[in-house]
Design a binder for this molecule. Structure first.
Ligand code: PGA
Length: 251
């Protein structure tokens, strides 16, 4: 079912005490009127458990930023779906452009990760988006279609209830350059059409599609007001509770 969602991706920021400080600040800002927005935070692996504990009596969900596709074994430095699940974490971000670009996660690996996450009953926030070069060469629609086709369209129709999409144009991440609300709406509507063609209209309309890339309190309202934008995946501005809630309050 389509929901309004604001998720904070903390990336490789915040040690334990900084994490505890933000979590405290988030709890202080939460009000009953936020109950209609699904709020999530994604701390680093090392801070997932403290986050689950700190937020357990609140509506705020905790997400992991990645997972490994295998269940266990000789994968030094990796973290399996079960390990994350055992902390009480039920959501995972996959396919972030930083994982694709800096850690070589390609379309095939992401497909395996999607399957592993669904097998372990995770909700996935799956990130897709084009580079500046793709946009300038007018390839943005085809790049996003390929990302969906190769890593996501193997899933069964009923699994879409556990998938949230995040459209994040790579040129807008951490750059201060946001896609215009019109550009976001255009791509989100396109994504919905591609899913309707592959599955059906009902499935396409049920998916929450978040926009990500330099969302701040001052521009969130305009972007979230667009018909096919169901919220945001927030990087930099999610590291300060005040800014994060400035964005949440844009709904
Ligand atoms: P940003 O990051 O809000 O700092 O641009 C978004 C993201 O990477 O998810």
């Amino acid at each position: 079912m389509r929901k309004n969602i604001v998720a904070g991706n903390w990336k490789m920021n915040c040690d334990l005490s900084e994490t505890e400080n933000i979590l405290r600040a988030i709890k202080n800002q939460l009000k009953p009127e936020h109950k209609d927005v699904e709020i999530m935070v994604a701390p680093a692996f090392t801070n997932l458990f403290p986050a689950v504990n700190a937020l357990k009596d609140t509506q705020v969900k905790v997400a992991a930023q990645n997972l490994h596709q295998e269940e266990n074994g000789a994968f030094t430095g990796e973290v399996s779906p079960q390990m994350i699940k055992s902390l009480g974490v039920e959501t995972v971000i996959l396919g972030h452009s930083e994982r694709r670009q800096k850690f070589g996660e390609d379309l095939d690996v992401l497909k395996e990760k999607v399957d592993a996450a669904l097998k372990n009953d995770f909700t996935i926030i799956f990130c897709i988006g084009e580079s500046l070069e793709d946009r300038e060469n007018d390839n943005h629609f085809s790049v996003v279609e390929k990302q969906l086709n190769k890593s996501l369209f193997q899933v069964k129709q009923e699994d879409w209830s556990n998938i949230i999409l995040a459209y994040e144009p790579v040129w807008a991440i951490g750059t201060g350059k946001t896609a215009s609300a019109e550009q976001a709406q255009e791509m989100h509507a396109h994504i919905r059409k591609v899913i309707a063609d592959q599955y059906d209209e009902h499935t396409a309309n049920g998916i929450s599609i978040l926009y990500g890339g330099s969302v701040k309190p001052h521009n969130a309202g305009e972007i979230f007001a667009k018909e096919d934008v169901d919220g945001g995946l927030i990087g930099g501005a999610s590291l300060k509770a005040e800014d994060f809630f400035g964005i949440i309050n844009a709904f």
